[in-house]
Write a protein that binds this ligand. Sequence first.
Ligand code: TRP
Length: 447
Amino acid sequence: MAREKWGTKLGFMLAAMGSAVGLGNIWRFSFVAGENGGGAFLILYLAFVVLIGVPLLLTEVSIGRKAESDVVGSFKKLAPGTPWHLTGFFGIASAFLILSFYAVVAGWAIYYFWNYVNGSFFSQPEVGYDGAFGQFISHSWHPIGWTALFMILTIVIVLSGVKKGIEAANKIFMPLLAILLIVLAFFSLSLDGASEGMKFLFTPDWSALSNPSIYIAALGQAFFSLSLGMGAMLTYGSYLRKENKLPSATLGIGLMDTFFAIISGIVIFPAVFAFGIDPSSGPPLVFITLPTIFEQMPFGGIIGLVFFFALILASLSSSVSILEVPTAYFMRVFGWTRFATSVLMGSIMFVFGIAVSLGFGIWSGVTPIGDRNILDSMDYLASNIFLPLGGLSMALLVGWYMKKATALESADLSTSPIGSFWYGIIKFVAPILILLIFLNSSGLLQF
Ligand code: TRP
């Protein structure tokens, strides 16, 4: 059977941008930046996107396009007879960890959308938006129903084949989400006290850099937001035709993703300070802040409705890229159909998602890693450890195992002046930085 291919390069670009832009830019970026002091975190995050993220994105896509296989199979093909492919299982494992909580949070977004459809969030509920949100996520089965709905939507898109489902939706709703965020940013900036939020986000407090956890947090956010290190971009690259040129495509994806993160920050933080919300509220941060913004805006109810709809679609175009990773792998290895594989994988993730959801209610005392609840623990393990390890393995494969000429050729950089520059980053800069950050966060090395 011929491998499925994207219709056009634009199709790939839209799918890859759709994968990158999602809850990571709005929900995760805001709460991680808020927990890590704002400005200093933003600088580190941007530095990692430029120094590690975009070069690695090019590397990951080029591996997939060259090998034309899934995350494990690609390593097997390019480094036959070595244990390299075992690192692909970090990618499979992180797909399970990440989609299990991603679906829970996306379920919260659908619940919000519903509350704008029926009007109940047009004005502040009696217990306040934070009270209403707290009651909702701690309920034992309400949020799980919305998680199920989101997972079903994800599965349906993946089982009908990636390209049919998402190319079209991304063309309309990504620009819509961008426009909405820009409008919201202007509104947020007009609030009393907004400048405090801008200061928080854009004026680095350098003393924050002495805290080792900020480095790993910024690295994890760069990987998560760019969909890096799991093999999602690799798998998407494997559906690319050889004639599509990669460097400009990956740069475009990186820029687009960063734009969405920064503009989200400009929406959230001025409002956070104007409304007296604690920037380190963690995962609930945007779910408390956004409805408060909408309530103050003219036509806020309608804007909220459209915003959450666009956010759900952005989340779907990300979640399908995650589900596609284990689906592509298990289809190949066991010869199962796309239908059966995606339903099975999605169902397993949904079951994990139940645990994640209960972690905000009856299981809130369950803290697997440090003092982190179930969601935060799974996120920490996947985003801050597995994804960077997956990325490290890809960098080492291309930088040290492949011949330089092959590496440059597979990234479409053979004749480009930036070829050697990219190669130097992949061979030295990215691996060394990732290792240093790991050593630092484990306490073995203090910066
Ligand atoms: N990048 C997406 C977001 O920001 C989430 C995502 C999709 C992802 N595919 C991924 C994260 C692969 C890590 C790995 O919402």
